[in-house]
Ligand binder design. Structure first.
Ligand code: ADP
Ligand code: MG
Length: 470
């Protein structure tokens, strides 16, 4: 890979990450977006069409400039031209932007009114299997790493993808960043291959809502209804956004029933189970619960390791086993975050060929997830905050000294470490040269004091805030 395409790749992965909530929109505007030349004060990007050039230059310039700065370490003037203009510079009408480090704001909202992106991407790739690779292709069953936390959801999706209407509806729920959208895309990819010609409609719930509102405004609800009631498979992502939208719920109920009654497959995802989507009409809740409910849970340590290895391998990034484990320990709840960290590390690594180090990982995590600090540093912070608050030096907390003030500070430190870290009782005991029973009794004492001593709880809360840097 030459240098320009390598920088292009890094830049695109940073932009993709920032637009991770709208992968299809990212793909719509950024596929075939390339770095064509780079000098010490200017980067020129190309895109094939004038429409894309205009949209990128008006809606996405800040995002591009700030991501470029992130990728290469300094700001540059950015200009975007069509490929043709780049090849014949006399035709060129550039749109320039001053270098900037402003965060990205422009995103989906600007594009939404234009066209229905999700659908377009899907129908493009469905109608022409040989068409350009789309982002959608990145999400398959093959590259979905399986563990006990997502096995059931994956198996259910796979069953339905193989044979639509096995479970209907299929309702996948779980926190953000745990692979729900990945599974929906995997279903689509699988169906495209195995059931050519099948009419699949994928929609993010929010754009379903937008489309319905537009249809009502334009008096075109009949074609809206037709479209949704004539598909073979309907996938709605993040259905929790129906909460409180009465008119949409009503319309969705009729669509749902029409499809359901004609044995058409419906798959829904949500960040919570149906009973927690509120307010939601009872008849919809009953329908959602009437099929198969499958949850995705936060990944176990082993699954996190497997995912980090798979993603690093796919990027061609080599990370030692120790560091893979270290990352898996620190990034516990969200697979999207794991991916974000790897992409940033890759950006640094592929530009400088530097070795991936623990320090680099710490640095990247502190950018992506500022509240997430390494356990060692967290313990230090707790000890020093408690020491300052109660006027007891850290060595005394760790010593055998048992005066009231020292013992109280020790109890509080133990309580906070238990509260804020995942250390076991035994490990916490070891910090203070004591066994786990001391830890239990310290925690008990603090809990009792919280209930009985004036202002005790307020002080604990103040310490917690200080420790978390809030
Ligand atoms: P959700 O829709 O639940 O918020 P996504 O499906 O968008 O989450 O997943 C976030 C990111 O994590 C995606 O890039 C996805 O590919 C990745 N991911 C999630 N689960 C897995 C998994 N089990 N194996 C591989 N990648 C995963
Ligand atoms: Mg999602």
């Amino acid at each position: 890979m030459d240098e320009l395409s390598s920088i292009s790749g890094i830049l695109l992965s940073l932009i993709e990450e920032k637009m991770s909530s709208s992968p299809s929109i990212f793909n719509l505007w950024f596929n075939e977006f390339k770095l064509a030349s780079l000098t010490d004060d200017k980067a020129v990007f190309t895109t094939p069409s004038a429409i894309k050039k205009n949209i990128l230059s008006t809606k996405y310039l800040t995002l591009i400039s700030s991501s470029l700065e992130e990728a290469i370490g300094f700001p540059l003037e950015v200009s975007i031209v069509t490929t043709e203009e780049f090849l014949s510079p006399e035709k060129k009408t550039e749109v320039k932007a001053a270098p900037t480090i402003a965060p990205y704001f422009e995103r989906t909202d600007n594009v939404k009114d234009d066209e229905d992106e999700d659908e377009r991407i899907i129908s493009e790739s469905i109608s022409s299997p040989t068409s350009k690779r789309t982002l959608l292709d990145d999400y398959t069953f093959d590259n979905f790493v399986e563990g006990s936390s997502n096995k059931f959801a994956k198996a259910a999706c796979y069953a339905v993808a193989n044979e639509p209407n096995t479970y209907n509806p299929l309702f996948i729920y779980g926190n953000s960043g745990l692979g729900k959208t990945h599974l929906l895309y995997a279903v689509i990819n699988h169906m495209k291959k195995n059931h050519p010609g099948i009419n699949i409609v994928y929609k993010k719930c929010e754009s379903f809502l937008d489309e319905l509102i537009r249809a009502i405004r334009n008096g075109s609800t009949t074609s809206f209804k037709e479209k949704y009631r004539s598909c073979d498979v309907l996938l709605i992502d993040d259905i929790q956004f129906l909460a409180g939208k009465e008119q949409t719920q009503e319309e969705f109920f009729h669509t749902f029933s029409a499809l359901y009654e004609s044995d058409k497959q419906i798959i829904l995802t949500s960040d919570r189970p149906p009973k927690e989507i509120k307010p939601l009409e009872d008849r919809l809740r009953t329908r959602f619960e009437g099929g198969l409910l499958a949850d995705v849970q936060p990944p176990s340590f082993e699954l996190r390791i497997a995912i980090i290895k798979q993603k690093a391998d796919a990027m061609g990034l080599s990370v030692s086993n120790d560091l893979v484990e270290y990352m898996a320990e620190r990034l516990q709840n969200n697979i999207r975050q794991i991916e974000g960290v790897l992409k940033r590390i890759y950006a640094v690594y592929s530009l400088t060929s530097a070795e991936v180090t623990k320090e680099k990982i710490d640095e990247v995590i502190s950018i992506i997830d500022p509240g997430n600090i390494p356990t060692d540093a967290l313990i230090e912070k707790i000890l020093s905050s408690v020491s300052k608050a109660y006027g007891v030096p850290t060595e005394q907390m760790k010593s055998k000294k048992r005066t009231d003030t020292v013992a109280n500070a020790r109890h509080v430190a133990i309580y906070l470490i238990k509260h804020e870290t995942e250390l076991t009782l035994k490990e916490i005991g070891a910090i203070f040269g004591r066994d786990y029973s001391t830890v239990i009794s310290s925690i008990d004492k603090v809990e009792k004091s919280i209930k009985t001593v004036n202002n005790y709880e307020a002080e604990i809360n103040r310490l917690l805030k200080e420790i978390k840097g809030q």
